[in-house]
Design a protein around this ligand. Structure first.
Ligand code: ADP
Length: 586
């Protein structure tokens, strides 16, 4: 504004002075045309006073110059000084006035030693019979009006000063206003920014003061509400976290968290003591701390299959697996939860129970043998005369035979459970069992009108099993099939080799053989299928007891299969028949 106004004012002042000069010069000319004596009568005494009067009236310097350049009158010079003034015809404004009709110049005056703006006009007058070609009259001289530029420059300087003061005042006002607006508008925004920064830095308690009702106030209020909401949620999460931490700290199961690189990221106190973790276990690879290959294998299995992996693992030096370990993938390849359930006590109790059963069975066997002995003696002696007594003795014998069977089954089962049975593996072909089985079952098969189809191919490789125990598997499964298949049915025994992808540390695929015993019997209801391998479980209690079954057969089979590191399962459709499968690694 200042620079624009300063330039503009200078220009307008300048043009104003010029037009003033022009007006004064025009008036001066008119006055001089009127008052000047005839050209030939020019004298200093006549003209100078006229010029002085005009100068006084105009408040300017007025000069009259004759055609020959003689200065006849000047407001600045009188008397001798006037007469001594040099020829003025060469002055540029005078030349312009003669040639162009007027002349204007800003120039330094040698006469007065100051800067002037000169404006010169020619003076024409009709003198006697003399007629100028343009009708204006004859040129008799030049009048010149001049204003000192000092005054003009002073006026412009004054105006500039005023503009400068106004500009400075405006600037100060603008600064004051911006400072004010900063405090009114920017301050709350700064506070908001600080609060959000503090929130982002985790200082959840920071709030912004709300001291206006405008949009900024609203914004601050919303921010505070948001912070409240975040605080509530953090409180809830913290509470849940505390609760989970308490549960994890106090639970009986060991819980471990490992990342994708198998490094421990968390372990609860139970896990620390169970796996004997050192103090600085966080970030350590599980393999570094804990050298239990089964645990590593289980973790690898969960990593590869991305599903829950479960195994019974021996953590200590005891014979039984001491813990049931479950590995649960949390996020694919990122994190895994390992839950270790200590089953040492359960296993101990099971051992105590099996011991007890074994002891009781053993103790029962001797009196039972005595009872059977006496009953047999009684029956063979002639002393038994009455029919009723004979019937009773037969019953005693039958029941004691059943009891003997039950006791020997119980003893067998206890021995298997206690791990007292030592496997005597020897390579044999499954077909070697055919003949002995026929010897056992032929009469029974004929009696029941059933056929036994033996479909084990000769090309099947030999298997490395305990023949005596495996015979028991065959006997139990075929015996059951005969028992639960009506007349005219068929029992099929088959076997095949199967490749199995095994993930136990290595990626070696193992082979196993699968033996199946299929019947066309009654079938097993769905709800009982998972329970038939439990001891004493019978689908139809009454019928089974009638048939003299103990409910221990499949439990024994299951244990023998386990001793061979195998698996047993069944498929059955009610009314159509069942298939029992036994898979054992080759
Ligand atoms: P059991 O000595 O009674 O045969 P198991 O343990 O061998 O005892 O069998 C348990 C129960 O499973 C039997 O009581 C029977 O109900 C059922 N079961 C076993 N095998 C068969 C089969 N082949 N067909 C139908 N039911 C069967």
């Amino acid at each position: 504004m200042y620079f624009y106004l300063a330039t503009m004012l200078k220009d307008s002042m300048s043009s104003h002075i010029t037009s003033e000069l022009e007006a004064q010069a025009a008036l001066t000319r008119e006055f001089l045309i009127e008052k000047l004596p005839a050209k030939d009568n020019f004298t200093y005494d006549l003209i100078d006073p006229l010029v002085d009067r005009l100068g006084k009236a105009n408040n300017a310097r007025v000069t009259f110059i004759g055609l020959d350049g003689v200065v006849w009158g000047d407001t600045e010079r009188d008397g001798q000084a006037l007469r001594a003034m040099n020829n003025h015809l060469t002055r540029p404004e005078v030349q312009d006035a003669i040639k162009k009709g007027n002349g204007i110049r800003d120039r330094y005056s040698d006469t007065t030693q100051t800067e002037f703006r000169y404006f010169a006009l020619p003076i024409h007058r009709n003198v006697g019979a003399e007629v100028s070609p343009n009708g204006e009259g004859t040129l008799i001289g030049i009048c010149r009006v001049a204003l000192p530029m000092v005054a003009v420059n002073t006026a412009i300087g004054n105006l500039r000063r005023i503009v400068l003061i106004a500009s400075v005042a405006g600037l100060i006002l603008a600064i004051v206003f911006s400072v004010f607006s900063t405090s009114v508008i920017t301050k709350p925004i700064q506070k908001l920014t600080q609060m959000t920064q503090s929130l982002a830095a985790g200082n959840i308690n920071s709030r912004v003061p709300v001291d206006s009702r405008n949009e900024l106030g609203q914004l601050s209020q919303n921010f505070n509400l948001m912070a409240d909401r975040i605080q509530e949620q953090i409180d809830t999460i913290s509470e849940e976290h505390r609760r989970s931490a308490t549960i994890l700290r106090n639970m009986g199961e060991g819980v471990l968290l490992v990342n994708g690189a198998s490094e421990i990221t968390y372990a609860n106190p139970t896990a620390i003591s169970m796996l004997a973790l050192p103090e600085a276990y966080i970030g350590k690879a599980l393999i570094e701390i804990n050298r239990i290959p089964e645990l590593q294998a289980l973790l690898k299995k969960a990593e590869q299959t991305e599903t829950i992996a479960f195994a019974e693992i021996q953590l200590g030096n005891l014979r039984e697996p001491e813990a049931e370990v479950t590995v649960v993938p949390v996020s694919a390849g990122q994190e895994y939860i390992i839950v270790v359930h200590d089953v040492t006590k359960e296993r101990q109790l099971e051992r105590i129970r099996a011991d007890f059963v074994a002891n009781v069975s053993h103790e029962l066997r001797t009196p039972l043998t005595t009872i059977r002995g006496y009953a047999e003696t009684l029956l063979s002696e002639n002393s038994v005369r009455t029919k009723t007594a004979e019937q009773f003795i037969v019953k005693i014998l039958n029941h004691s035979a059943r009891l003997t069977r039950l006791i020997s089954d119980l003893l067998e089962l206890s021995r298997l459970e206690l791990g007292e049975v030592e496997l005597k593996r020897s390579p044999c072909h499954l077909n070697t069992f055919h003949e002995p089985l026929l010897d056992v079952f032929e009469p029974l098969l004929e009696e029941s009108g059933l056929v036994l189809k033996w479909e084990i191919p000769e090309k099947l490789p030999t298997v490395n099993v305990d023949p005596q125990l495996f015979m028991q598997i065959f006997v139990n499964l075929i015996d059951n099939a005969i028992k639960y298949t009506p007349d005219g049915g068929a029992i099929t025994v088959a076997a095949d080799i199967c490749r199995r992808e095994e993930i136990e540390g290595s990626n070696i695929a193992s082979e196993e053989f699968i033996l199946s015993v299929k019947d066309t019997g009654t079938g097993i209801p769905m709800e009982s299928q998972s329970r038939v391998f439990e001891r004493f479980y019978r689908v139809d209690e009454g019928r089974a007891r009638e048939m003299g079954s103990t409910g221990l057969g499949l439990a024994i089979v299951k244990h023998i299969v386990r001793c061979h590191n195998g698996r047993i399962w069944l498929e059955s459709t009610l009314g159509q028949g069942s298939v029992f499968y036994v898979a054992v690694p080759l």
